[in-house]
Design a protein. Structure first.
Length: 298
């Protein structure tokens, strides 16, 4: 019995108890799970699921410019990523307003250009290792400054979501009522949407060191999509998404440590495994729907 307990300790707790970098990675991942996954729920609710993916690519040129100016300085790259994301969101809104293109089409075009520009800048002014680090991140390489950034963003995001909750729900389900009751009139819905997208951009930038600019959106969207299969009510989906993201983060870190695999993709792979499990077992998944369907005897 004691042997089993020691084995379980070494397998599940030992890495976090023994190594400071594992503890920092754990705290950063849990903080991101708490703030990013609920944002993914609202993205799916507003039928903007691909918006998160587009924005995760859009921040890359700003991260690249920050890297060119200050090297691997987290504050410089984070500031550049936030500014680039805001710029792409603003340009997409202007293009959709003054042309016949919808916002999703203009955003798709802009994020592809931004992704190409970012990769080109990093490739010309850095090494292949720098490019891989920025694109795919390294949760096990989170330092004290990165941990403070993630914790600060998570705290602000949770508080902002709590304050914006009623407005976001109204803007998602009944934008007409929101416009009628808002002091800003029809601009009220636009203001809520831009504020929400700002939160998405900030969380993606906070997650780029841990998961990389290409992987950060995975912790935001995969748990959110899975949560919709388990619950019909919004509060339950928010809690479920954060719980799944935390479980994927802890499991992914342990697997990454024991199997010597990249931490970011391993965490997202665990989130993907929970998603496929939800597709089969959740009340909105395949097996319960098939089991509850009336079976006709031939």
């Amino acid at each position: 019995m004691e042997t089993l307990l020691f084995a379980a300790w070494d397998l599940l707790v030992g890495p976090f108890a023994e190594f400071a970098f594992m503890r920092r990675a754990l705290v950063a991942t849990l903080a991101l799970s708490l703030s990013a996954a609920p944002l993914g729920v609202f993205l799916t609710l507003r039928r903007m699921s691909l918006m998160g993916d587009a924005l995760s690519h859009a921040v890359l040129p700003g991260v690249a410019v920050g890297y060119m100016v200050a090297g691997l300085s987290l504050s410089a790259m984070a500031l550049g990523g936030v500014l680039a994301g805001m710029l792409v969101v603003g340009l997409a809104g202007m293009v959709s307003k003054f042309t016949a293109l919808k916002e999703d089409a203009s955003l798709a075009a802009l994020y592809l250009v931004a992704l190409a520009l970012g990769v080109t800048l990093i490739s010309r002014h850095g090494t292949q290792l720098d490019l891989l680090h920025i694109l795919f991140g390294s949760a096990l390489g989170v330092d004290h400054a990165g941990l403070l950034l993630v914790a600060g963003v998570a705290t602000v995001s949770v508080l902002a979501l709590a304050l914006m909750y009623r407005g976001l729900v109204l803007e998602s389900f009944d934008p007409t009522f929101l416009s009628a009751s808002s002091l800003l009139g029809w601009r009220g819905g636009w203001v809520w949407q831009q504020a929400f997208l700002m939160l998405v951009v900030v969380n993606l930038v906070a997650g780029f060191q841990t998961l990389g600019t290409l992987m950060a959106v995975g912790l935001m969207m995969l748990p959110a999509v899975s949560a919709r299969l388990w619950h019909d009510t919004l509060p339950a989906q928010l809690l479920n998404a954060s719980a799944q993201a935390m479980l994927a983060g802890v499991t992914g870190l342990l697997l990454s440590y024991h199997l010597d695999t990249p931490s970011g993709p391993t965490i997202i792979g665990c989130a993907g495994a929970l998603y496929f499990g939800s597709l089969l077992l959740a009340p909105g998944g395949c097996l319960p729907r098939w089991w509850s369907a009336p079976h006709r005897v031939a």
